[in-house]
Structures are given as C-alpha cells and as structure tokens.
Design a protein around this ligand. Sequence first.
Ligand code: BMP
Length: 256
Amino acid sequence: ASHNLSFEQRLSMIRNKVGRRLLEIVLKKQSNLAVAADVTTSQELLSIASQVGPHICVLKTHVDIIEDWNETVCEQLVHLAKSHQFLIFEDRKFADIGNTVELQFTGGIFHISQWADIVNAHIIAGPGTIQALRKASEHCGILLLAQMSSKGNLAVEEYTQKAIQFAKQYEDAVFGFISMGCIGEPNFIYFTPGVKLEKGGDSLGQQYTDPKTVIGIQKSDIAIVGRGIIHASDRKEAALTYQKACWDAYVQRIGK
Ligand code: BMP
C-alpha cells in the first residue's frame, strides 16, 4: 500500500481525535520526530523533555524503567508536554487478555491512562486487548505493533496483515501502527523505531535505518529516535538535526 498525500490532506481522514491532534502538532511545529526518552531517572527524563521539547511531536516513554517515578514527576512531564506542545506516548506494549490490560492501563503505580496521550499494544492476545484500552480511556489513542525493528522478530506477513485488520475494526481508537514504513491506508499514521543517522545496530538485535530511508523510501510518517539523540553530547542540537532530516525527507516525498 502506498499513497502520496500530505499531512494536511490526511488530517480529516483520521478518525481518532488524538491522531488528528498529532497531525496538527506535526504541521504546526514542522516536526515528524518522536524521541524515545530511554533513561532511568526522572531528572533525566524531565531534562530531555525540556531540551528536545521544541523539536518533537511526540515524547516516547518507558515509565517502568524510571527508578524514582512519582505523581509530581508525572505532573511536570504533562506540564512540559503542554508548554512545548508534544504528545506523550507510553510505550507499554500491552499484550495480555483484556481484563488484565485494563488493570495494567489504569492501575498499579503508574496510572498510565491518566496521563498518556498514546499507548501501544501487541495483537498477540486478540482484540480484547484493544477493547480494554478503548473502554478505559477515550482520551488515549492506540497504536498497534504491526512490525518491529529487531532482528528475528515474528511480526511479519499474516501477523502484520492481522494488525491492519484489527486497526480497521477499531478505527475510533486505533489511529496508527508501529511499522517499518507505510503498510496501509492514509487514514492511519505510521511510526517507525530503529532510526539513526548512522546505520548499524546494537549488540542486542536492534537494527537502524536512517531518516531519509524511513520517511522518504519506506514512507513512514513519524520517526522514533532514541540513542541517536539521547547519547549525543548536545541533545537539543541532535534533536534539531533529526527534526530537519525527518521533515526534509517528508517534504521531498510529498513533492513540495
Ligand atoms: P533506540 O533508537 O535507542 O534504539 O530506541 C528505540 C526505541 O524504540 C526503544 O524505546 C524501543 O523500546 C522502541 N522500539 C524499537 O526499538 N523497536 C520496535 O520494534 C518497537 C519499539 O517500541
């Protein structure tokens, strides 16, 4: 599947309101960059949010790796998201039966449903996972993992097609995918992790693709960059570099 529509043209095609809000932010900030803030202290998380905030449309968190998470940190993060205008994507990868997912999403010590704008889910357990998330919060948009960036992953072929089918079935709540590029219709938004200006990988199976390939050739919409920015000596500068690289690749693809 391939289309060549602009974000402006696709805005009204997105059924979920978080998805539409995301495209509004993307257009306003001219940023299709998401940063994966994979750090272990709240101080680092908040400092990354304020450093890269102006350059991103989404901040992706793994809240369960923060060793000193608390409600005040959460409030500060939400405040930064409002002032810099980015969405918070908790990369929780829900994968259990609906009842358990509902508890994991709303409860525990993280109360993800109270602050996350976006969460994602595996489809391995069937549609109950999605049903639970959409029942628990209408303020949170859902992404389905349709493909992965890591070596040897099993999210291929029919599995990917099943994810697309589930998304269509729950289009009110599901507005996009984690995928390696555009794998379907323009009414969904495609997020791609494993993005770095230097190709290669890490010692645990991550595989990197550069922004130009991901956005320009594979036609993804939002590039997710972690260590490419997090490990840079100047994170703000690196975020700006990635923002430009991802946006230029989008503008070139659209042909404007
Ligand atoms: P990095 O750019 O440092 O490799 O980080 C990638 C981020 O994207 C991590 O937070 C990881 O959990 C996430 N991710 C991924 O790398 N591949 C996938 O297929 C799905 C992910 O969520």
